[in-house]
Design a protein around this ligand. Structure first.
Ligand code: PLP
Length: 364
């Protein structure tokens, strides 16, 4: 299979497989146990926390392991008044009880709107909502102006959370203006079902009550192999950041050029300012075609791509992200998301373009 759906998930990195193996097989002790096997597991958990903290230049006590992006988002936002952008993942969007901040047609959140909402919301009450704006969008690959959004949130005395699930591993992160940040392992080549929440100064209410794991904040026996996988994948991704991004930008430019050249009915979704885009996601609508029909055609030829309704697959609704950048239902449903890793090749893209040409001719 030629895989162009890396924003959905990706394969576990070979380095991760190797490093995690002993924690399935030999060092499988409970990290809370006080004999050698337990202590080995505890060391692995704490070393993993330090690895991630080093990458982010923060304290290990600010990193809390979770089951992934969804849980991290929930943990940061549960029980709070939330303002977020209209293009957030549902793990954030479903918390909304205060307000939704719209985006422009490029997919960039409106900072002016955020400012006026907070100015109104914080005027007569001591109770401060939290602002959540994603670092980069999972459907269209647009990077949001989160430093400016955080500055506005702080100006009005609000905390700032960012869902960095799609950004982590693709760019450097400065935590100085971020209060909470969500990350997921399976987007960067770690196992599924692992992630972390960064909480500045370790300040966050408890998520799960029970034992003393995660310093009493999230009870439950730690998933040691998964935690190790997250640290190894993070380490590999950040060590290779520059070279991976160079490869991804090259793939992106080749894919963009070839789609634009061969398919006049194709239009890029989101900004065409490449500095405001992730290097590994391109979303196109193909006017007059159904994204899901194209997806199925490509699948028959061994090519996996996402569609504009990836997050809603099964419910038939057009994507809220595409709707909020101004697309009609029909345009949203004509969208395909191409997302790739540094292991994809220009040959993969040639194959994709050739199959897509057939699809466009046959399905006309
Ligand atoms: N946030 C974003 C932006 C995502 O893309 C995803 C997954 O697609 C999530 C949150 C959820 O992460 P997880 O699958 O680890 O729960």
């Amino acid at each position: 299979m030629i895989y162009f759906d890396a924003a959905a998930t990706r394969a576990v990195l070979p380095e991760v497989m190797e490093t995690c193996k002993p924690y399935f097989k030999d060092s499988y002790g409970n990290p809370s146990a006080l004999y050698d096997m337990g202590l080995d597991a505890r060391r692995a958990v704490e070393q993993s926390r330090r690895t991630i903290a080093n990458i982010l230049n923060c304290s290990p006590s600010e990193i809390f392991f979770t089951s992934g992006g969804t849980e991290s988002d929930n943990w940061a936002l549960n029980g709070r008044g939330v303002y977020c952008s209209s293009i957030e993942h549902h793990a954030v969007l479903n918390h909304i009880n205060n307000g939704i901040i719209p985006c422009n047609s490029q997919g960039i959140v409106s900072l002016n709107y955020l400012k006026s909402c907070l100015s109104f919301a914080t005027k007569e009450t001591k109770y401060k909502p939290i602002v959540s704006i994603m670092y980069a969008n999972n459907e269209i690959g647009v990077i949001e102006p989160i430093e400016d959004a955080a500055e506005i949130a702080h100006h009005f005395g609000c905390k700032f959370h960012t869902d960095a699930v799609q950004y982590f591993g693709h760019g450097k992160i400065d935590l100085s203006y971020i209060d909470y940040m969500s990350v997921s392992g399976h987007k960067i080549g770690a196992m599924k079902g692992i992630g972390f929440l960064y909480a500045k100064d370790g300040l966050i209410a408890s998520m799960l009550k029970g034992g003393e794991q995660e310093r009493g904040h999230r009870a439950g026996t730690e998933n040691v192999p998964a935690i190790v996988s997250l640290a190894v994948a993070s380490d590999v991704m950040y060590k290779n950041l520059e070279s991976n991004n160079m490869k991804l930008r090259n793939l992106q430019s080749y894919l963009y050029t070839n789609i634009s050249k061969n398919f006049p009915m194709a239009h890029l979704n989101g900004t065409d300012n490449w500095d405001e885009r992730l290097p590994n996601i391109l979303s196109f609508r193909f006017d007059g075609y159904q994204g899901e029909v194209l997806q199925s055609f490509l699948n028959d030829f061994g090519i996996a791509v996402g569609t504009g309704s990836a997050c809603n697959s099964g419910n038939g609704k057009p994507s809220h992200v595409l709707k909020s950048i101004g697309l009609s239902d029909e345009e949203s449903n004509s969208t395909i998301r191409f997302s790739y890793t540094e292991n994809n090749t220009l040959d993969d893209i040639d194959t994709l373009i050739n199959v897509l040409k057939q699809a466009i001719t046959i399905l006309r």
